[in-house]
Design a protein around this ligand. Structure first.
Ligand code: FE2
Ligand code: FE2
Length: 374
C-alpha cells in the first residue's frame, strides 16, 4: 500500500529525532542541555519507561536528619559509545545529570564512579566530559577499566588529571584510587590496543588477569594515610570493589587483602565502588562497602551468593530498558559513617543506613525495592 505523500514513516521520524538529538549535543551549554534532557525524559515517558517519578523521594528522608553532616551524589558506569553509535546510554547519562542537578539542596560534590566510556575511545570520553560539564555541583572523577585500556589512560588523564588523589572536605578525608590495573597479558600475545581494550571489556574471558591497586599505589595510600590520625573519618572511592566478590567476572580486586590491611589502621572507613552495577553492601571488620548503580545497565548478581548485608534487588524487568539503573546520594555523618541511597529510576529508592551496617543488619533494615522479580 502506498503511503500518502507527506506522512513520514516511523523509521524516518525515529532517525530525524535521533539526528536532532545528536545535533543538540554539540555545544551543550546549559540551555541546550535542558532542551535535550527534557526531550529525553519525554521520550522515555512516551515509551512507558518511567513508571516511578519519585526517584528522589528519599531526599526528604535525608533532609529530615537532624545531625550535622553533608551530602554527596554519584553518577557511575555510563559506558558511552562514540557519538551516533548508541543514543540510549547518552540519554541515560543526560537523565542522571538532570536528576543530580534537581537535588535540593545541592550535593557538596558529585563523584563520577568510572567507566565513562565503553571502549576507551577519545570520542567517547570527550562526549562524556562534555555532558558532565553540565553538572551544577563540582565533579570528582574516578577511572574505570573501560576508560583505560585502549591507550592506558592517556586521554582520560588529559581530560581529568591524575587518577589517584586525595582531598579533605568538612573534616572527612577522601581518597580516590585507580583500582583497575592488570598484569600485562597483551605484549607477549602481540595484541593491538583495540584487542587489549576488548579483552578487558569482556570481563569473563580467561585471558586477562584480575584487577589490582598495585604496589606503587598501595605505597602511596600508606603514605597518604600516615598523615591522618586514626580518628579521622575516611571515605575511599574505587572502581572495582575492594574485596573479593566474584572472580570469574572480575568483580574482584586481587590485592584487596593488602589494601584492607592499610585501611584498617583508621577507626572507620567507608569504601564506595562502581563496576558491579547493582545494589551491593558489605562489611569486613571496620570497613563498610557500598556498590553504586550504573546509568547504562544492571549486572546480574554473582551466582555463588552475595555478601550477607546486601539488600538484594529483584531481577530487573528485561522489557524495561531503565529498570535496575539510576544514580544515588550518600549522606556523610560527622563520624564519616554514611547513609547510602540508591535512586533507582523505576523502583522505590532504597536507603542503606550506617545504623544498619553498624548493627550488623539487626536494626534499620532497609525496605526492599517495590517491584516483583521477573
Ligand atoms: Fe561498568
Ligand atoms: Fe568497570
Amino acid at each position: 500500500m502506498r503511503r500518502p505523500r507527506g506522512v513520514k514513516s516511523i523509521e524516518t521520524k525515529h532517525y530525524e529525532e535521533r539526528d536532532a538529538f545528536f545535533r543538540g549535543l554539540h555545544n551543550l551549554d546549559r540551555r541546550s542541555f535542558l532542551k535535550v534532557s527534557i526531550a529525553a525524559a519525554a521520550a522515555a515517558a512516551a515509551n512507558g519507561i518511567v513508571q516511578n517519578l519519585h526517584a528522589f523521594m528519599p531526599i526528604d528522608v535525608a533532609n529530615a536528619q537532624t545531625n550535622e553532616g553533608f551530602r554527596i551524589a554519584y553518577i557511575s558506569d555510563a559506558h558511552l559509545y562514540e557519538r551516533k553509535v548508541n543514543e540510549r546510554f547518552v540519554r541515560s547519562l543526560l537523565r542522571a545529570v538532570d536528576d543530580v542537578n534537581k537535588l535540593d539542596p545541592q550535593p557538596d560534590f558529585v563523584l563520577f564512579g568510572g567507566d565513562l566510556a565503553q571502549l576507551g575511545a577519545p570520542g567517547e570520553l570527550d562526549l562524556g566530559a562534555q555532558i558532565l560539564k553540565n553538572v551544577k555541583a563540582p565533579v570528582r572523577m574516578m577511572v574505570g577499566e573501560h576508560d583505560w585500556f585502549l591507550d592506558m589512560g592517556d586521554h582520560w588523564q588529559q581530560l581529568f588529571g591524575q587518577p589517584n588523589y586525595s582531598f579533605d572536605h568538612k573534616g572527612v578525608h577522601f581518597v580516590v584510587l585507580n583500582s583497575i590495573h592488570e598484569k600485562d597479558f597483551w605484549t607477549e600475545r602481540k595484541l593491538t590496543p583495540k584487542e587489549r581494550m576488548h579483552t578487558v571489556a569482556g570481563l569473563d574471558n580467561a585471558i586477562q588477569g584480575r584487577f589490582m591497586v598495585g604496589e606503587e599505589q598501595r605505597n602511596w595510600l600508606q603514605q597518604d594515610l600516615a598523615k591522618q590520625a586514626p580518628t579521622t573519618p575516611l571515605i575511599v572511592f574505587s572502581h572495582s570493589p575492594l574485596y573479593k566478590y566474584y572472580e570469574p567476572w572480575n568483580f574482584w580486586t586481587d590485592d584487596a587483602d593488602e589494601v584492607q590491611a592499610i585501611l584498617k589502621k583508621m577507626n572507620h572507613t567507608t569504601v564506595i565502588h562502581g563496576h558491579t552495577h547493582q545494589l551491593l553492601t558489605n562489611r569486613i571488620d571496620n570497613i563498610d562497602f557500598h556498590g553504586m548503580l550504573s546509568t547504562a545497565w544492571p549486572w546480574p548478581y554473582a551466582p555463588q551468593g552475595l555478601p550477607p548485608l546486601t539488600v538484594q534487588m529483584n531481577r530487573p524487568d528485561p522489557f524495561d530498558p531503565n529498570d535496575g539503573m539510576g544514580t544515588g546520594t550518600v549522606f556523610v555523618h560527622p563520624d564519616g559513617l554514611v547513609d547510602k541511597v540508591y535512586n533507582l529510576w523505576n523502583r522505590d529508592p532504597v536507603q542503606v543506613s550506617s545504623a544498619y551496617l553498624s548493627s550488623n543488619g539487626t536494626s534499620s533494615v532497609p525496605a526492599k525495592p517495590n517491584l516483583t522479580s521477573y
